[in-house]
Design a binder for this molecule. Structure first.
Ligand SMILES: [Zn+2]
Length: 341
């Protein structure tokens, strides 16, 4: 029995030497230290041995078991170290390789345009006022001097909602009423930027959604001269000192008198080109003196207060500046377009 144990030890240690991987190591553990291994069977049979033989055999079996466990653990450590070393060598990182360029986000061209416009007006002392994109019929039209059945309502086709008398705003003008009602009777110098929605046949010049910006000044002794000066100053701040502006008489229900204002064509400097249809002028937006009824609806006494308002399309400014010929590029999410700004 004692010599059997010596043989088991010798055989096991020999087998262990040739083991090179974790799988064979586990097979070894089952074969030599597992429950049905020859060594464990010696322990099982101890009870059947003669009483005087038991201590010597038991002691020897324990020695063999400890020796094998120690050798197993050493081998296991060696293999782990070797595997680590191997992976360090084969999977070595070359930290001198240039990194991959991460694509960085950028501002949307409409946002770039809006920020430039806001900056120009902020420098002239105007503050930004946010107003809702969903409005009641009263704010969209009624309070802007367009009672129900007023023919001017035909100028805007709206998107209605599931709530009666509530629609997406077709222009930023209802914000005039909000800002006036909040600040009356204090004077106001505000710009109201934001998304507007119209039920339109989409084409190169018309979209169902677009950013508009409303300019509003209310106070005492505000005149048409202030309006013309502000619009001209805005044009110079945005496009340089030499740009000229002009007013053409027009009609809006919420201003009186009303005008359309043009900037000198940015592309041909007024000489005439295809973009300005050989007129030398680009149409920018509408403007006028705030109608007395609108002032009254906003909480101001039209006998004491006056004001001017102007509107412009944010995307349109960007289109003129960069000669973009189709407004649909703005919301079609084509990266080839968006990455140019
Ligand atoms: Zn031109």
């Amino acid at each position: 029995m004692l010599s059997d144990l010596d043989q088991i030890r010798q055989k096991a240690l020999h087998a262990l030497e040739s083991i090179q991987d974790e799988t064979s190591l586990e097979a070894f553990r089952i074969a030599y230290l597992g429950r049905s291994s020859p060594l464990m069977q010696v322990f099982d049979q101890l009870g059947k041995l003669a009483r005087e033989e038991r201590p010597a055999i038991g002691r020897r079996a324990n020695e063999v078991k400890q020796a094998l466990e120690a050798a197993f653990s050493t081998r296991s450590d060696t293999l782990r170290q070797a595997a680590l070393l191997r992976s360090l060598q084969t999977e070595r990182l070359d930290v001198t390789l240039p990194g991959r360029v991460l694509p960085l986000g950028r501002l949307h061209p409409a946002t770039i345009s809006l920020r430039a416009i806001v900056r120009a007006f902020a420098d002239m002392g105007f503050q930004v006022y946010r107003s809702p994109e969903v409005e009641t019929d009263e704010y969209n039209f009624g309070l802007l001097n367009m009672p129900p059945d007023h023919p001017a309502r035909d100028m805007w086709d709206t998107f209605y909602t599931s709530m009666p008398e509530v629609s997406l705003r077709p222009h930023t003008s209802p914000g005039q009423i909000h800002v006036m009602r909040q600040y009356a009777p204090e004077p106001i110098r505000a710009i109201l930027p934001g998304m507007c929605y119209r039920y339109e046949q989409i084409n190169a010049r018309k979209e169902t959604q677009f950013n508009q910006l409303e300019v509003l000044a209310v106070g005492k002794n505000i005149t048409l001269g202030d309006l013309k000066g502000t619009v001209s100053d805005f044009a110079r701040r945005l496009f340089g000192q030499n740009i000229r502006t002009r007013f053409r008489a027009s009609y809006f229900p919420f201003t009186e008198p009303s005008a359309e204002y043009d900037f000198e064509c940015l592309l041909c400097n007024g000489k005439g080109c295809t973009v300005c249809a050989w007129t030398g002028w680009l149409e920018i937006g509408g403007c006028g003196m705030v109608h007395p009824i609108v002032l009254q609806n906003g909480g101001y006494d039209p006998a004491k207060f006056s004001g001017f308002a102007a509107g412009l399309g944010t995307e349109r400014i960007m289109m003129l500046k960069h000669r973009i010929e189709d407004i649909r590029y703005f919301w079609s999410n084509d990266l080839r377009f968006l990455e140019q700004f």
